[in-house]
Design a protein around this ligand. Structure first.
Ligand code: DON
Length: 308
């Protein structure tokens, strides 16, 4: 079992210094116009431990667009509320393709490969909407409850910007619906999906809110969101599918369950020990933060906390 050093702030400073040369590398996402103006030189990183410590470095208190990291919370809520039925409608194999690809959906009859590609997240959102009546509200309630931040919310400008440029996600949604794998109107599923992706949070808030994944599914107040087995499964799908067509490279370099977003954030889990969230907006070709992956690789190596 790896141990974290007592002086976590010093460790985080070291990681920051080691990856400083990568900050600003890559391209800030611009296919959602409201994200294009985010400064590329930001870097923040936070660690939350199962024994209750929270430390950060750099811009770790600055909120950013969590984008696809929201898919982890949507999946956890849906599994927690609705159990394993979801797996009849979405797979759990890596797609090996881009996060917004349409290609597999045709061969696989509207059943997305996994819950973290956009198509899969639309199916999860559809189910969460059916179960709760308000998918975005359910995700926000979980995040606000776990962070103790009632002011946490959706950046409407980002949500509207994505909706205005959301033809590809709409195509995915209508394709899934045409195959009978959507219970709600596609336009409402899309609206909830865009709003969840447009939630703003900081590294510290994300790491703290996701601690249940390192604690076998238990929330901060001791209630269970997920069973132990379900928590293992969410972590497994993060490991195999959380970085899309770079999931193999992410496992090779970092060796932890992780989920990236095109806002430049990456959330990683060290089961039984801690969660780590890093943010730096410059992305590689697959949509993963360049400095973020480098920082998680350094963190895993310095602490010996890779699961391998
Ligand atoms: O649907 C989209 O394209 C975005 N809202 C989320 C994509 C995303 O974050 C993919 N992650 N790397």
């Amino acid at each position: 079992m790896p141990q974290l050093p007592a002086d976590l702030p010093e460790l985080l400073e070291q990681v920051r210094a080691d990856v400083a040369g990568r900050v600003g590398a890559g391209k800030v996402a611009d296919y959602i116009p409201a994200l294009a103006s985010v400064p590329g030189d930001r870097f923040g990183m936070a660690v939350a431990t199962v024994d209750g410590r929270l430390h950060g470095v750099g811009d770790w208190r600055e909120r950013f667009s969590i984008q696809s990291i929201s898919k982890v919370f949507g999946l956890a809520l849906t599994l927690g509320l609705d159990g394993d039925l979801l797996w009849q409608r979405v797979g759990r194999e890596p797609s090996g393709g881009p996060f917004n690809s349409l290609v597999q959906l045709e061969h696989e009859k509207g059943v997305p490969r996994n819950p973290f590609i956009n198509a899969g997240a639309l199916v999860v959102t559809d189910r969460l909407l059916s179960v709760t009546g308000d998918a975005t509200g359910a995700v926000l309630e979980l995040l606000r409850g776990e962070t103790g931040e009632p002011g946490l919310g959706v950046d409407s400008l980002v949500a509207e910007s994505e909706a205005a440029h959301g033809d590809l996600n709409a195509a995915l949604g209508y394709f899934i619906s045409a195959h009978g794998n959507m219970d709600n109107p596609v336009r409402s599923v899309l609206a909830h999906y865009f709003r969840q992706c447009a939630i703003s949070m900081s590294c510290g808030e994300l790491a703290w809110a996701a601690l249940f994944l390192a604690r076998h599914g238990s929330l901060h107040d001791g209630r269970r969101l997920l069973s132990e087995v379900q928590a293992k499964r969410v972590n497994a799908v993060m490991l195999t599918c959380g970085a899309y067509d770079a999931a193999g490279e992410f496992a090779y370099r970092v060796g932890l369950p992780g989920k990236s977003g095109v806002g430049g954030g990456i959330l990683a889990v060290v089961p039984r020990l801690c969660t780590v969230c890093v943010w730096s907006p410059g992305l590689d070709e697959q949509g993963n933060s360049i400095a973020g992956v480098a920082a998680l690789e350094r963190f895993a190596d310095l602490t010996g906390s890779s699961v391998f």
